[in-house]
Design a protein around this ligand. Sequence first.
Ligand code: NDP
Length: 335
Amino acid sequence: GQPGRKLGVALVGLGYYSKNLLAPALQQTQHCRLAGIVTGTPAKAEEWKQKYNISQANVYDYKTFDRIIDNKDIDVVYVVLPNNMHREFVVRAAQAGKHVICEKPMAITVADCQAMIDACKKANRQLAIGYRLHYEPFTQEVMRLGQQKVFGPVKFIESSDGFRSGDPNQWRLKKAMAGGGPLMDVGIYAVQGARYVTGEEPISVTAQFSPKTDPQKFKEVEETMFWQFRFPSGAVSNSTTSYASGVERLYASCQDGWFELSPAFGYGPLKGRTSKGPIEKPVVNHQAAHMDGVCKDLIDGKKLPDHITGEEGLRDVRLLQAIYRAAETGRTIDL
Ligand code: NDP
């Protein structure tokens, strides 16, 4: 790459996350900039062009998107669409010769994830998942405390993420679009938390659905659920995810002490403490740190770190599917 050049990022899908988090973060990034948009809503295109000084040549809709292959201003396509659309747009972006960032969950099936990985490999482009917390200092600290056994071996983990969901008509409550309920949306953070604190892959899972308190709203997806992982070291984790009520915490009980983050998964500032005192780390913009981290590696021609790639996205989707299977069957699922 050319030194000092910022990579041009095109956001695909100008919904909540693009508008409120990614676009503002792209005003602070060192290694990338907001260069293009892909939207199905013409009014948004007009608003964004003015607000962010984007030229008409860098504006696409879902039909014209493939022409991005000819656009030298765009190096990276960032897919921020409903979960079931991730596969199609990641594959099309790769076929257009662009590096891709795709939001979590990577897709709604393991087969979709594999197709996305294959398409990027075939196009010789890199694929990153929107795992912003891997670039977040409080999170990096609990990874260190757990993986380096600073308080001795991790014995058990409580890792939970849920919130009270509003709009009953949103795509997040439609199984075909979301792939599931809160597990797909925020439970994935609890899965990540247990994995990055232990630095291990779970070997088995058990899971339970809670009874629905609003069966009308949660006709297609779970409202609240729980699951338990066993890890090779003997560590175990217990997790809750929910659209009925809030929880956001990652707690690790270790042989010689404990540590926790709460809040642990939101946009920050995160907060943490250990049995020895508070965790003190700089507060960063998660989205800017993530996009800068990815784009710096792309500029330097480096392979992206394994824990933010498509392979990692696939590992999580496979686990999410196993959690559902465990809850549906009532059995322990070996992984
Ligand atoms: P929104 O519903 O707010 O936005 C999705 C956008 O996708 C829409 O605004 C629309 O943009 C476009 N879209 C195209 N087709 C459809 C369709 N059929 N139904 C609905 N929208 C459509 O979702 P979010 O921004 O909250 O989430 C998008 C993705 O980002 C999800 O995968 C989610 O999991 C992920 N996310 C990640 C977060 C993180 O912290 N990493 C936080 C929040 C979300 P347009 O009008 O421009 O076409």
